[in-house]
Design a protein around this ligand. Structure first.
Ligand code: SF4
Length: 474
């Protein structure tokens, strides 16, 4: 019987089965940042332990960093203290730290792939929920908690259950103006936020085959929002082309050997799945969330759904969402006024996201609607520099968006980029939970960067295809 990619990579990394029935799994790569690592380092030092594999551990600062200026000391004293702690810990344990002053810093799930650290067949972990992003390369990538960060620092291993595997096939061709973000939101809408619990998601089929690596990262990034422990796309020529020549990619004969090995990391034709779900690309329209979970979404031409459309066990959350968002069932999603437009995050803060927005705005003389606060926050310094080199920053700022320094920014608003009061944000990030963007009563609508740009221009939720007059999938 054949194996899935999940089983192949899992089996390669098993150290032993534990008496609990779990498996001790070796982690090929450990990414750390300033929020979930300080306590883990303290716990390590309390026990006189050191970092076992500093050469497999890489750090960046992303959540707390201001995006107006990265000059030190940061205005927020707590942010400065967290930065100093990360500097001290990485120095003491000889861990490579991608710092802002060397223009290497960025969001952890943007920096890892762009430096070539994320490679097919790896096991990867990070004290951050959206580590699933790295599955785009055919890696098994897990978000972990602080005590697990400690465990990985000390042992480079994690105790893990074996997951079931669900193959999610999307076949056909996406309509113009429908993006990877719409695909991943559509899947979550159909399978629910708990649908993936206990599963690894294998994204397969013509739509994922045709996607760029950055689009695949957008999809895998949100596997966790569908409840899956991780999500992956099988490596192919697109993966190898992306990785070739990156800082940490193998070179020369080692590259040739790596590609031969990576080509074996595909699910076998006779692999058996615990579940298979199939969707037709033609059924996917631009998606916008209307509620307080990423599954509470609808297509742009549609309305906030009625209570009757949900099963009994979801109705309490749906009513909570109507109340919190101040939306009524039957209300059209298009035309809802927005106060803030945020393009960024580890879901959609990459160069191709900024390129798409710039290409939609270019030469049209469109301006951000008066009263809307609109910002584009690159996922990393590398993204920012490339965007500037290609002139995207000019197009974006001429249209009235701010073009900021890299960081997580308003995705989680642990830095000064926050919603105020009941403000409503059109956001390219990944979570629309209550209070997620920095105000305890603030509201978030998740959508693709193109749709955020359209909302910024119109001052309300709008169909990007109509606003920009194109069928914009480049
Ligand atoms: S961009 Fe958002 S989801 Fe991604 S790592 Fe930062 S806070 Fe987490």
């Amino acid at each position: 019987m054949g194996k899935t990619l999940y089983e192949k990579v899992f089996d390669r990394h098993v150290v032993r089965q534990l008496p609990s029935g779990q498996y001790q799994l070796f982690m090929g790569l450990h990414l750390i940042h300033e929020v979930t690592s300080p306590q883990a380092f303290s716990m390590l030092e309390e026990r006189n332990l050191t970092v076992l594999y500093p050469e497999r551990t890489f750090a960046t600062v992303d959540h707390i960093i201001p995006t107006t200026t990265q000059l030190r000391p940061f205005a927020d004293n707590l942010a400065e203290q967290m930065m100093v702690a990360l500097e001290d810990n990485t120095k003491r344990h000889k861990i490579r730290f991608f710092t802002p002053d060397k223009a290497e810093q960025g969001i952890v799930h943007v920096v890892g792939p762009e430096r070539g650290l994320t490679q097919p067949g790896m096991t990867i972990c990070c004290g951050d929920s959206h580590t699933a992003t790295h599955g785009a390369f055919g890696a098994l990538a897990f978000g972990i908690g602080t005590s697990q960060v400690r465990d990985v620092l000390a042992t480079q291993t994690l105790a893990m259950d074996k997951l079931k595997v669900r193959r999610i096939e999307v076949n056909g061709k996406l309509r113009p103006g429908v993006y990877a973000k719409d695909v991943t939101l559509f899947i979550i809408q159909k399978l629910g936020v708990k649908g993936g619990v206990g599963y690894a998601y294998e994204y397969a089929g013509e739509v994922f085959d045709a996607m760029s690596m950055e689009e695949r990262m957008t999809v895998c990034n949100m596997a966790i929002e569908g409840g899956a422990r991780c999500g992956y796309v099988q490596p192919d020529e697109t993966t190898f082309a992306y990785l070739k020549g990156r800082n940490a990619s193998p070179t020369g004969a080692a590259w040739e050997r790596a590609v031969v090995d990576w080509k074996t990391l595909r699910s076998d034709a006779d692999a058996v799945y615990d579940d298979v779900v199939k969707f037709d690309a033609a059924d996917i329209e631009p998606v916008v969330t209307w509620g307080i979970t990423p599954s509470q979404s609808t297509s742009i031409g549609s309305t906030v759904p009625s209570l009757a459309e949900f099963p009994d066990d979801e109705r309490a959350t749906v009513e909570e969402a109507y109340n919190y968002m101040s939306f009524a069932p039957g209300q059209k999603i298009a035309g809802i006024k927005v106060d803030v437009a945020f393009i960024g995050s580890c879901t959609n803060g990459r160069l191709s996201d900024i390129a798409e927005v710039a290409s939609l705005l270019k030469g049209k003389g469109l301006k951000v609607k008066e009263g809307v606060r609109a910002m584009v926050v690159p996922g990393s310094h590398a993204v920012k520099q490339e965007a500037i080199a290609l002139g995207y920053d000019k197009i974006i700022t001429e249209a009235g968006f701010e073009f900021r320094e890299p960081g997580c920014s308003m995705c989680l608003a642990m830095n000064p980029d926050k919603l105020k009061g009941r403000e409503l944000s059109a956001s390219s990030s990944n979570r629309n939970f209550k209070g997620r963007q920095g105000s305890s009563s603030g509201r978030t609508l998740l959508m693709s960067p193109a749709m955020v740009a359209a909302a910024a221009i119109r001052g309300e939720v709008a169909d990007a295809r109509e606003v920009f007059g194109v069928g914009a999938r480049s």
